[in-house]
Design a protein around this ligand. Sequence first.
Ligand code: PLP
Length: 414
Amino acid sequence: MSNYRMAEANSRIIPLEDKIFGISQKAKEMAAREGADKVVNATIGSLLDDNGKLVVLSSVVEVLKNLTPVDYADYAPIAGTPDFLKAIKKAIFGSYVPKGYTEALATPGGTGAIRNTIQNYSKRGDQVLTSDWYWSPYSTIAQEIERTITTYTLFDDAGNFNAASFESKVKELLSKQDGLVIILNTPAHNPTGYSFTLDDWQKIIAIVKDAVGEKKITLLVDVAYLDFAGDEEEYRKFFPLLDDLPANILVVIAASMSKTCTMYGMRCGAMICLTPDKEIADEFKTVCAFSCRGTWSNCNRAAMAALANIYADEALLAKVKEERRQYSEMLVRRGKTFAKSAEETGLKIVPFDAGFFATVPCENAEQVGLELQKEGIFTVPIGKGIRVSIASISEERCRMLPPAILRAIKKVNG
Ligand code: PLP
């Protein structure tokens, strides 16, 4: 029974306040009280420059300013404008040309793609699989549509991808369910910063091919951080491994323009399927368009027009990529600095490759988080550790944080 006066819980566990927002608010209050230089706000999930200002790609802003009134004001088709759908495939796949059939639909950010995939490729009451470290909105999205998240252990004791845990969870779930949605967030996973290696990918593919039998698996590949992991070609090398899957293993890529184009608030992204079967691709388009109509209807036309215009003009595209490359390199430098400082300090971190976040495993994460706040350092406790946003702090702060975190852990845990 629900404890709400008027609302219905509908099996959801709804916190009173968004945790990250609450901690970030405390950081802002302390900065206002004691000065910004006394506070390290490592909670924010957007890329900030060294002065704490949101990075906004000026080349993208220019494109937005040149849009027509119709681009801003008109409805977009339910599944997205044709030019956008062409552009987003290019933006995600880069030089890779999929062998199978691909269909795409616009969604409000990667979030919409995740929602629509869970809705259309699992049943009410099903469990959706992801790793034990995961972006908490996966659970919110699943609960909203009456599913739950269950996890495998991402790393083994040596800090490598735990293929055995992945395999046993896939098999266990397929023994109970007709199908399984598996969320893989790579490269530059949130919250750990881990990227699956090609070897990890080969293991994943072998396991799902072996386990699927007559059942159905959907591999939902969340590539929200694809353009901020490092070299664009290098980090797209896993795509060809997704060719040659049987028809009952569907790949859905959740694409986000939030980070890629620094358009977080414009709510634009896409879901793109990869399948060897044309009928399955057509069905994807039909069922997902139905979901779009029944939730947000259609997406932000101006954001779609901006991406389409960028991909229609080689010089413009080169400009956007160059500007993004510089910021991506800044982020990669910060990540390397954090990892190096952790190593020198003797602070254990969860295997990290790149991206917006790194995670420090620890006992009593909530207390460690509070201890850090006494020093003006704000991080996000996430159960088995604390998440540090590298994206929102300078390289210098990335260097000074590991010793402070180690001190706080020692103080709390002895
Ligand atoms: N997936 C992960 C792991 C994320 O961290 C985010 C954003 O923070 C998203 C997906 C989707 O973001 P958006 O809906 O803004 O595209």
